[in-house]
Design a protein around this ligand. Structure first.
Ligand SMILES: Cc1cc2nc3c(=O)[nH]c(=O)nc-3n(C[C@H](O)[C@H](O)[C@H](O)COP(=O)(O)OP(=O)(O)OC[C@H]3O[C@@H](n4cnc5c(N)ncnc54)[C@H](O)[C@@H]3O)c2cc1C
Ligand code: FES
Length: 275
């Protein structure tokens, strides 16, 4: 993918939960060709931090792009200090994004449930994904009776983005690990104890959660796409700093793929989870 760095004007950069920020910027170069699951690199105006920080595109609206991020270190702390009106340097969209075509081709016209599964900050890209699935349903003339989109999300302590998910999903199930709100436990326990069933899964979150849900899907023959998160360098395929092991379809051969440019979205049965 050709990488371009653009200057985007910040419209909002607001704390919406403890250390979690919503940043909206004017960036038609990104919003026009948005595919959910893609991310952008945010460059820092600080010579001591040369590497950009990759953040998923949470959603787009006309010419704006929204990111939801958590302050975890010096880079994200710096990003949180940017103010509306300032111009930030960001890359255009990176990565492949979720394959929506595959979801609808597999479901066919029968009554089906698509489950969006998220853990922690992995919930961020599910907003844009849910909205795009709704758009695609309309284009294909599929009613709510035929295709239902549900969200199953888990957090350590404080849930985020539940309202945004409720606006676009038929049902939102949520858990907190310390039990402050919602179901007490993790996403997998939430699925098991509520007997939540779906015909196609799309997931983003910590690797142990993705591994567990992909394993369940493999055992039951249900398709899943997972968005992986690795430490990244360049973010566009040049430094080989973000590889993951994958399995070649129909063979036992394995192949290293770059999460930034071959992914971050992979089919669950393509990923070798035990590395
Ligand atoms: C494709 C992709 C999409 C992402 N989307 C989002 C998003 O939408 N919202 C969000 O909050 N975060 C997202 N992240 C994670 C985000 O990039 C990191 O939190 C950020 O780069 C940390 O920078 P820092 O300088 O603040 O932290 P650092 O000082 O570099 O690190 C602080 C802590 O965060 C951990 N960390 C740093 N980078 C990553 C990473 N890539 N994956 C896992 N742990 C990391 C470190 O191990 C360390 O414990 C995404 C990462 C990738 C690869
Ligand atoms: S981060 Fe450089 S190749 Fe993926």
């Amino acid at each position: 993918m050709i990488k371009k760095i653009i200057a985007a004007e910040l419209i909002e950069n607001k704390e919406i939960a403890d250390k979690v920020y919503r940043m909206t910027m004017k960036a038609p170069q990104i919003s026009e060709s948005f595919c959910p699951g893609q991310f952008i690199n945010v460059y820092l105006n600080d010579k001591s931090m040369l590497l950009p920080r990759p953040l998923s595109i949470s959603s787009v609206c006309e010419d704006t792009v929204t990111l939801i991020y958590k302050v975890v270190g010096k880079g994200t702390r710096k990003i949180a200090a940017y103010c509306p009106g300032e111009v930030v340097r960001v890359s255009t969209s990176l990565g492949n994004g979720f394959r929506l075509e595959d979801v609808f081709n597999e479901l066919g016209g029968n009554s089906k449930v698509i489950a969006l599964v998220g853990g922690g900050m992995g919930v961020a890209p599910l907003i844009g994904l849910a909205r795009m699935l709704i758009k695609e349903k309309k284009v294909r003339g599929l009613s709510d009776e035929v295709v239902q989109i549900i969200a199953v999300v888990g957090f350590y302590e404080e849930p985020i983005l539940l309202e945004a998910l409720e606006e676009c999903c038929h049902r939102v199930y949520f858990a907190t690990e310390n039990g402050t709100e919602g179901f007490k436990g993790n996403v997998i326990q939430l699925i098991e104890q509520n007997d939540i069933r779906a015909d196609y899964y799309m997931a983003c979150g910590p690797k142990p959660m993705l591994r567990a849900i992909a394993g369940r899907c493999e055992n039951t023959g249900i398709s899943i796409q997972v968005s992986l998160e690795e430490r990244m360098g360049c973010g566009y395929g040049a430094c080989v700093g973000c590889v993951c092991k994958t399995r070649e379809k129909g063979t036992s051969k394995t192949k290293l793929k770059k999460v930034c440019s071959d992914g971050p979205v992979f089919f669950g049965n393509e990923v070798v989870w035990d590395d």
